[in-house]
Design a protein around this ligand. Structure first.
Ligand code: CDP
Length: 313
């Protein structure tokens, strides 16, 4: 891909038609992996990211455990097929750096002190990359952590801001990232506390302040999308529970009552003669212990009674 001739059209819109303060469309699915404790699939523009959370679970080897807190491990990785030129599978310097800063982005929010000796593993797999994958991965990981029920002070939202052709733009696209003047990925808590900030390129102090204001707007929009995704997942869960209770309990209890009454009536009709027979039998077999005669034959007789009664009707 070569550098585009211009990054803005006559109306000031970007290459993909966005305004300078507009993020790419984001789609979130919660709970997509059955073996993970929490998971999320996130699409953001052409980025596709899958996040899975495992834990809290006991950390092995035990010598790695912290007696006062859980540790959080975060692994960011890109699939070999996620970019134009195939990436060599396995860890590399870039992935190690992104994993470290992303783990630190969650440190202030995850209530790790509640799980001493435990580990919480976060895996973020980039399936398709198109600029902004570390921020996409953090947004997916937050949802996966929430889906796993990990107690947190709040959600973390991440977005990049940058400078292209001398203009500040929110959420850089691929060309803007490759050929722009600056790229500033930021993650923040829902209270606006910054938990990750990196910068590639140059900004003046004023541009930096303006960029931070712009990225706050982006993170707020993302926070709303994250909240909606979680609300959708958990309100759907509530409705399912309520529906299940209604369907199962109401009709079955009516049927049960009727059957019980029928069975009792039949039993009552047959009972006298049967009881009489048993008493006679019992008297005849004096060698048999009383307990024995009172158990198995009674049950068999009961079953026969009910069947007979039903057939007669
Ligand atoms: O993805 P993010 O912006 O967080 O990180 P980056 O290092 O600034 O990478 C920007 C983009 O370059 C990625 O999103 C990928 O689309 C692309 N890239 C690539 O094609 N090959 C790599 N080995 C790394 C990144």
């Amino acid at each position: 891909m070569s550098k585009p001739e211009k990054f803005f059209d006559d109306e000031g819109l970007r290459l993909d038609g966005r305004r300078v303060d507009e993020i790419r469309p984001m789609k979130i699915e919660v709970g997509v992996l059955s073996r993970a404790d929490g998971s999320c699939y996130l699409e953001w523009g052409n980025n596709k990211v899958l996040a899975g959370v495992f834990g809290p679970r006991e950390l092995h080897p035990r010598r790695m455990q912290r007696p006062d807190t859980a540790i959080v491990r975060y692994r960011y990785s890109m699939a070999a097929f996620s970019v134009e030129d195939r990436i060599r599978p396995g860890p590399n310097r870039r992935a190690t750096e992104i994993s470290k800063v992303s783990r630190e982005a969650f440190e202030p929010v995850v209530l790790t002190h509640l799980y001493p000796g435990a580990v919480i593993d976060v895996f973020a797999e980039v399936l398709q990359a198109d600029a902004g994958t570390r921020t996409a991965a953090i947004n997916a990981a937050t949802i996966a952590l929430a889906d796993a029920g990990i107690p947190m002070k709040g959600l973390v939202s991440a977005c990049a801001v940058g400078k292209v052709d001398g203009k500040l733009v929110l959420d850089l696209g691929k060309d803007e990232d490759n050929y722009g003047d600056a790229d500033l990925p930021v993650a923040m808590t829902q209270d606006g506390d910054v938990t990750l900030i990196q910068m590639d390129g140059n900004l003046t102090q004023d541009e930096f302040k303006e960029a931070m204001e712009l990225v706050k707007v982006g993170c707020k929009q993302i926070l709303e999308i994250q909240r909606e995704a979680l609300k959708d997942k958990f309100s759907q869960f509530d409705n399912e529970e309520i529906e299940e209770e209604t369907v199962v309990e109401a009709p079955e209890s009516e049927v049960e009552v009727e059957e019980t009454i029928e069975a009792e009536v039949v039993m009552t009709e047959e009972a006298e003669s049967e009881i009489g027979d048993e008493v006679e039998e019992d008297d005849e077999n004096d060698d048999e212990p009383d307990e024995y005669t009172g158990d198995e034959p009674d049950e068999n007789t009961d079953d026969e009674d009910v069947e007979e009664g039903e057939t007669n009707e």
